[in-house]
Design a protein around this ligand. Structure first.
Ligand SMILES: Nc1ncnc2c1ncn2[C@@H]1O[C@H](COP(=O)(O)OP(=O)(O)O)[C@@H](O)[C@H]1O
Ligand SMILES: [Mg+2]
Length: 370
């Protein structure tokens, strides 16, 4: 599919948004993809009214809308920062990644709209918003998630990621896997969303070097420090997400007496005490299979291993979750962990000093977190 516009106002080359559907394997999505007019989207969302606002993230607001044929959609309005061209970059990334792929565990992008300096993305509407909202959100928004639902969500997200990493060509790195970017449809089936930071792995490359972006707590330490992005960075974030799904706790909990508790650290401590089962969400009471829950938590810990080579690739993680690969006797080592921005900056400083001492050059990656 060729898009009839080019991104001349930012540093991204037009070729990056010229999406050729023949270059992609996997199921194509271009049958339904179309360019909307601004008026269509304005009418659909009742003038982007506050009452139709269903979400807000780093890049803008998302509105519920009704198309003329009755289809319900979600419309993301990207605000463009003139200096950094941030909204534009995200628009291009989402289009490059999503416009011609389709998978039951990825959100479907129905189309886009360019109106002057404004950019809009139109997706299928997901009735249950996000995992952040429904599992980890405010009391009044939360739903009760049975073991089976948590299992299906975990496996679904893993399958979506395996498809991005291993099946679709060029491979796609998501770069921002976290609970608010996992949408849930009316049956609580998960859809990986928000491809604003995603990157394509072209020419069989195994990594790309980028400006570090993502969410602290889900960021793989080696990527946070060096800007060296691989599929294993997404796998780290998936590991944190998996621990959240099974424990029902966010990656960090604040407590006045004890300060911050990090889920990855807690899981590692309980694993060493041979008591991982204590991490399972108390909401589940006794209504879950203990051995399977511990197996899921172990997969979570394997995905966040400090040693990148010990993290499974996504298709292996799927098999570990579904029991096709037995991990009862797998040895789990120390997880990697970055607690905050200060840690990253300190290590970056140390690294750049080491580099300048050994090679006479200073290479410091710009750290930018959304
Ligand atoms: N298709 C959708 N259906 C329902 N809610 C959505 C949809 N897309 C986004 N949202 C809501 O909007 C929020 C922000 O969307 P997201 O795509 O993650 O944008 P951002 O890049 O701003 O984080 C999501 O966390 C979710 O609550
Ligand atoms: Mg988001």
């Amino acid at each position: 599919m060729k898009f009839p516009f080019c991104c001349s106002s930012c540093s991204i080359s037009a070729s990056e948004i010229t999406i050729d559907s023949t270059s992609r394997q996997g199921e194509q999505n271009d049958q339904n993809f179309r360019v909307f007019t601004y008026n269509e989207l304005k009418t659909a969302t009742h003038g982007f009214s506050a009452s139709n606002k269903i979400g807000a993230g780093a890049s803008g607001s998302v509105y519920k809308g009704w198309l003329r044929d009755g289809t319900i959609v979600a419309v993301k309005v990207l605000s463009i920062e003139l200096e950094s061209m941030r909204g534009e970059r995200e628009f291009v990334s989402e289009l490059s990644a999503l416009s011609n792929i389709k998978h039951e565990n990825l959100v479907t992008l129905r189309g886009c709209c360019i109106d002057g300096a404004n950019r809009y993305l139109v997706y299928d509407y997901m009735e249950n918003n996000s995992l952040a909202h429904r599992l980890l959100g405010k009391e009044q928004n939360r739903l009760k998630f049975s073991w089976e639902t948590r299992r299906d969500i975990s496996v679904g997200v893993a399958r979506g990621l395996a498809y991005l990493h291993e099946e679709v060509e060029p491979h796609i790195l998501h770069r921002d896997i976290k609970a608010s970017n996992i949408l849930l449809d009316q049956n609580l089936s998960p859809k990986v969303a928000d491809f604003g930071l995603s990157r394509l792995l072209r020419d069989n490359r195994s990594h790309i070097s980028t400006r570090v972006a993502g969410t602290v707590g889900y960021l793989a330490p080696e990527y946070a420090i060096t800007g060296h992005l691989t599929r294993k960075s997404d796998i780290y974030s998936f590991g944190v997400l998996l621990l959240e799904i099974i424990s029902g706790r966010p990656f960090v909990v604040f407590d006045l007496e004890q300060g911050e508790h990090y889920l990855v650290q807690k899981a590692w401590q309980l694993y060493n005490d041979n008591n991982l089962v204590r991490l399972v969400d108390p909401e589940l009471d006794v209504n879950y299979p203990e051995a399977e829950a511990v197996q899921f938590l172990k997969v979570g810990l394997l995905c966040v291993q400090e040693n990148v080579r010990l993290r499974p690739i996504m298709s292996t993680a799927v098999k570990m979750l579904t029991g096709e690969i037995d991990i009862r006797d797998v040895h789990i080592s120390q997880p990697g962990f970055v607690s905050d921005l200060m840690d990253i900056k300190l290590v970056q400083q140390m690294l750049s000093q080491t580099i300048s001492c050994s090679s006479g050059t200073t290479s410091q990656s710009t750290t930018s977190f959304y």
